[in-house]
Design a protein around this ligand. Structure first.
Ligand SMILES: [Zn+2]
Length: 46
């Protein structure tokens, strides 16, 4: 059925906790990737 929004997600490993996660952008080498939990934690830190 068309009309469903499906965003391309990329599998990545969280640099913080090592959990497998999916991100809406292509993970780049040398760039840390964070899962949602760690991302929120970092954002909420300040
Ligand atoms: Zn994490």
């Amino acid at each position: 059925m068309p009309g469903r929004f499906e965003r391309k997600m990329y599998k990545a490993t969280c640099s913080e906790c090592g959990k497998e996660t999916e991100v809406p952008f292509q993970p780049q080498e040398g760039r840390p990737v964070f899962c949602r939990d760690c991302y929120m934690k970092k954002k909420g830190m300040q």
